[in-house]
Design a protein around this ligand. Structure first.
Ligand SMILES: Cc1cc2nc3c(=O)[nH]c(=O)nc-3n(C[C@H](O)[C@H](O)[C@H](O)COP(=O)(O)OP(=O)(O)OC[C@H]3O[C@@H](n4cnc5c(N)ncnc54)[C@H](O)[C@@H]3O)c2cc1C
Length: 306
């Protein structure tokens, strides 16, 4: 493709392209730096047209609702692709009403409610995970004894050339909040097929209400946060260890260990990504020094420091 063709091709894109986009607008911590380039595709076909326009060395980061993500204050030097709200379709499989097809940008709580409305059971837990299907696939999100990949039939990914691939569970190493492609490939999730059980809409809706109330009671949902900062170590809870070290309420700048849930870091107003990262390091060191346990971070941190 020559330069003129490249420009024409770029002009035919229908999505929204921005530069130096503050990522604090797109992550639930409401803190951190910018993305050098930021693309909100108009739809899947548009995303397929956009990705091949990027130089081969360009770093690409897919972002959903940013509920498990921090971009350092110096920013992310590559291209962020935002999957929500455009890649967020939900449908039942025409051949199997127990199979729900969700776009990567669909919010997990919407999947839970859609499944309940369509008399499917087993998706209720997703109501309390404030991310997207893409984020849930990338993180193997889970709670109350269920994890995302247990319910996946297969997923569809996209590569840099814009080509789509159908991938099965066998294509990934899947563990507790861990998913890695078995063969190193640069691909991102664009949709997934999930299998749920036949159920009763009212029962599922009541269960969603019950689980949300449980979360309201135990999590600091009134302040910007990114859920659990650390994974639970085998046989223990990160929150218990952090609390046992007297860290509840401890703060660095605008980042504070929540008084309500010790594994949550809240932004009390003006936290920088550096405040949050310094607090994470302090929590890890304190827990290591006092208990010997090494806490592994669950939240993803990208970009460079200022
Ligand atoms: C209040 C609160 C409660 C939470 N409770 C839970 C819980 O109970 N269980 C749990 O597991 N998590 C929980 N989380 C964490 C978070 O909601 C989940 O990890 C969620 O699945 C992340 O989705 P997201 O769209 O926000 O991902 P993002 O934060 O946008 O991204 C997270 C990671 O996934 C990658 N990613 C996102 N989309 C794609 C894609 N389409 N293709 C490839 N990679 C992608 C990103 O690059 C990044 O590395 C909670 C968070 C909050 C704020």
């Amino acid at each position: 493709m020559n330069m003129a063709e490249t420009l024409n091709f770029k002009h035919s894109l229908r999505g929204e392209l921005k530069h130096d986009e503050p990522m604090s607008r797109h992550v639930s911590w409401r803190a951190g730096g910018t993305a050098r380039q930021f693309y909100k595709p108009a739809d899947l076909a548009d995303l397929q047209a956009f990705l091949p326009t990027l130089p081969p060395q360009e770093e690409i980061l897919f972002v959903g609702l940013g509920s498990n993500l921090l971009v350092r204050d110096g920013g992310f030097a590559g291209t962020v692709v935002l999957t929500t709200p455009m890649l967020s379709g939900l449908a039942l499989d025409a051949n199997d009403a127990q199979v729900l097809i969700a776009g990567a940008g669909a919010a997990s709580p919407h999947v839970a409610k859609f499944a309940a409305r369509h008399h499917l059971a087993g998706a209720e837990w997703l109501a309390g995970v404030p991310g997207t299907v893409g984020g849930a696939l990338a993180m193997n999100a889970g709670c109350y004894g269920t994890e995302t990949w247990e319910q996946v039939v297969h997923c569809t990914t996209i590569d840099r050339s814009g080509e789509l691939h159908v991938r099965s569970k066998g294509d990934y190493d899947i563990g507790y909040r861990h998913v890695a492609a078995r063969v190193a490939r640069e691909e991102w999730f664009v949709s997934a097929h999930f299998r749920f059980l036949p159920g009763d809409a009212e029962v599922a809706q009541a269960r969603i209400k019950e689980l949300l109330a449980k979360r309201m009671a135990s999590q600091p949902l009134d302040k910007p946060n990114a859920g659990s900062t650390f994974r639970n170590p085998l046989g223990d809870h990160a929150a218990r260890l952090i609390e046992s070290c007297g860290l509840k309420g401890f703060s660095i700048g605008g980042a504070q260990v929540s008084m309500k849930h010790a594994n949550f870091i809240v932004n009390t107003g003006l936290a920088s990504a550096a405040d949050i990262e310094a607090l994470i390091a302090h929590m890890q060191k304190t827990v290591r020094d006092r208990t010997g346990v090494e806490l592994a971070r669950e939240v993803k941190i990208v970009g460079t420091s200022k």
